[in-house]
Ligand binder design. Structure first.
Ligand code: PRT
Ligand code: MG
Length: 223
């Protein structure tokens, strides 16, 4: 851990884009565009702050192990990461809801699948998802028996090919579901992105990290 350098882990795409205004409020400007550069470490206008680009689901892992001091990731990603770590999530401090990259976690089925009757009749459902911890907890609380199939992407395809009766996935505009003739039948939870901080880094690099957290807190939109 370099004592005089703060590393922020972000994923390319919506999280990077939506974190930029918060960084700006903290006086930090990223000097390269990740869509144009192949670099994974991006310098900023500040010699003491750098950004690293990682997969969205790797952000909590980087911050937990100190590969990054701070990170931004969805509540979905955090819940799944913490489930893998038995709830503890190992030394991850979660000070802020940034209210960015908002969406919801939902259950969707084919438009011709009668989800309500299947649930009422106590049928066993096959559910495909990337979010197995969230899906397991949701259906268990509802008393619905499910066989979970873990997928890493394109969940929408599962009900169309007969792989599963239902999916648990993120929905924002609903356009992806509509384009694939799927309908949202349950809303599990609202999702937004969080700032996560390595607890040891917060102690050791407090002078640099604390003002960043404060600037993010001031600039973040209220819920
Ligand atoms: O792509 P990769 O496997 O690397 O990781 P990722 O898919 O988790 O990363 P990314 O960048 O796609 O998403 C990062 C975070 O953004 C997620 O963890 C969520 O917290 C948040 N977010 C917000 C979303 C969406 N909105 C969203 N709409 N993540 C994904 N989607 C997908 C959704 O899975 C579905 O396929 O967009 C599609 C639905 O969008 P609509 O607008 O058609 O409903
Ligand atoms: Mg994605």
């Amino acid at each position: 851990m370099k004592p005089d350098l703060v590393t922020l882990a972000l994923s390319k795409g919506r999280i990077f884009e939506e974190t930029l205004p918060l960084l700006k409020a903290a006086g930090i400007e990223v000097l390269e565009d990740p869509e144009k550069s192949r670099k994974l470490i991006l310098p900023t206008n500040r010699a003491d702050v750098q950004v690293v680009l990682v997969r969205a689901s790797d952000v909590p892992t980087y911050v937990q192990y100190g590969g990054a001091d701070l990170g931004v990731c969805g509540k979905d990603t955090l819940i799944e990461h913490q489930a893998e770590w038995g709830g503890a999530g190992g030394g991850l401090y979660q000070p802020l809801d940034l209210n960015i990259a908002k969406c919801r976690m939902s259950v969707a089925v084919r438009a011709d699948f009668d989800y309500a009757s299947a649930v009422r009749q106590g049928s066993r459902l096959t559910v495909a998802t990337k979010y197995t911890a969230i899906a397991r907890e949701f259906f268990s609380a509802k008393g619905v028996h499910v066989d979970l199939i873990k997928l890493y992407g394109s969940m929408e395809l599962a009900p169309l090919t007969g792989l599963a009766d239902a999916i648990v996935d993120l929905v924002s505009t609903g356009n992806t579901l509509k384009a694939n003739h799927l309908v949202e039948v349950e809303r599990i939870m609202d999702i937004s992105s969080r700032l996560v901080v390595n607890q040891a880094a917060l102690k050791l690099k407090r002078a640099t990290i604390k003002p960043i957290i404060e600037a993010f807190a001031t600039a973040a939109q209220p819920a």
